[in-house]
Design a protein around this ligand. Sequence first.
Ligand code: SF4
Length: 525
Amino acid sequence: MRYTHSVMETWRLLDTGPLSAAENMALDEGLLELKAEGKIPPTLRFLQFSPPCVLVGHHQSVDEEIRLDYCRSNGIGINRRLTGGGALYWGTRELGWEIYISKIHPSVPATFEELYRKFGESAARGLRHLGVDACFRPRNDIEIQGRKISGTGGTELAGAILFQGTVLVDFDIDVMLRALRIPTEKLQDKEIESVKERVTCLKWELGFVPPLSEIKTALLRGFGESFGVTFDPQPLTSDEQNLLKQKLPYFSSPEYVFKVRDALPRRKTLSSIFKAPGGLIRVSMAVDTKTRVINQILITGDFFAHPKRLIFDLECLLKNSKATPSHIRETITSFFSDGRPQIPGVSKDHLITSIEEAIQKIDLLPWGFDAEGTHHLFPVLKPFREVRKPDVLLLPYCAKETQCPYRNEKGCGECGKCSVGDAAQMARSFGMDAVTIQNYEDLEATLLQLKRSGARSFIGSCCEPFYGKHRPDFERIGLPGILVDVDQSTCYDLGQEKEAAKGNFENQTHLNLPLLQKVLEYAHG
Ligand code: SF4
């Protein structure tokens, strides 16, 4: 009879303490190279960053992901990871872990998906030892009740793997929102607040900041249990220190940090708003316009999703996926067919339409619209490209000079004192009629009359809250069109929407004439 005696494997533990972003990145490369050359044992390294920094994924462009001015003026370091994935902000209280291991190590799963799962589940298991309910969320997050506490990612070199993850300990989410180009530009304050619900950290979960040593012990337990190993703390070897010194100048250089640069920025923020019976849905997404991949997506609004993670999970599924109508429809349909709870008053079709309406704005970009301009365009009934040769331009009375004799009457004398006259002339140059709209009833009557008389479509101008509120009315009336946002603070911002609907709004808005001109050129092109 043969007896086997298994000895538990020991991995090396490095704890390199707070280092700059360049030092940490240089060390990552040095350790990975040494692992590939078979010169170091399986190694787990704990890392921290000081000063705080933002790290883009290996293939990302710094300019597109990071608010450089904010980072520079706030002493936030900027660097590039060896691993792929998205940009992240790393405060001085956060803890990183990373594992260097051979690809053919018996504990390393063969498939990419399983590898992410195993490392992610190991880290989540460690965090659970701290008393939080952490679990792995495919493809590469660790979450607590749908809120992300850790992201992970890996890379490989000649048979060696570097797999790393963060643990948010005492996270400053406001700094993160300012430092990274998360597509929040179009969100209102309360929606930005709701974006914060997508992230959590140990402090918020536990009510206190656990000592770093306890977090490290918990993570080591998690990895030790998952991989069946123990850890032996050791310092950096002199080879490793030398490699760090050699590599540091390159990892500190703009040549490395800014090495991915596009001739034309490809990442654009696109947005849409949609009024569903259950509330307003606002979609804000960053899309790579060349590959048509969704880099990030935020679905916010005043609807009630229970549990809240429903929306966060959906965003996770859509992130890094194709921004095509068929893919969006497929993903959302299968998400809600999975026996998941429904969102009251928000159907899967409402979500699909909201996202599709943001995506269709990609088609406007080659026509000379910039991404900012597209935030101010709202489709009525049909995609923008289907509104061809509109018959009429509808202009709101609130853009008329407050002292103008036409302020409370239909028409405009084109005296040159406000943008309404300019817009009316613009309409004529495209062979369109210009009609001023004096109140909501007038709008409805005008649209119905146009429809009866066989008009194809219209262009109009109104503010975003008016569009959000009256979108169902526009759809009921049934004349397709494009609405262009007005330029100034609106009656809704000023709390005067009732007065405005009756035609009694006392302030003056301004038409966005350059955008209106572009829309007219587009619709007649
Ligand atoms: S341009 Fe038209 S709406 Fe504006 S002040 Fe003159 S007459 Fe009135």
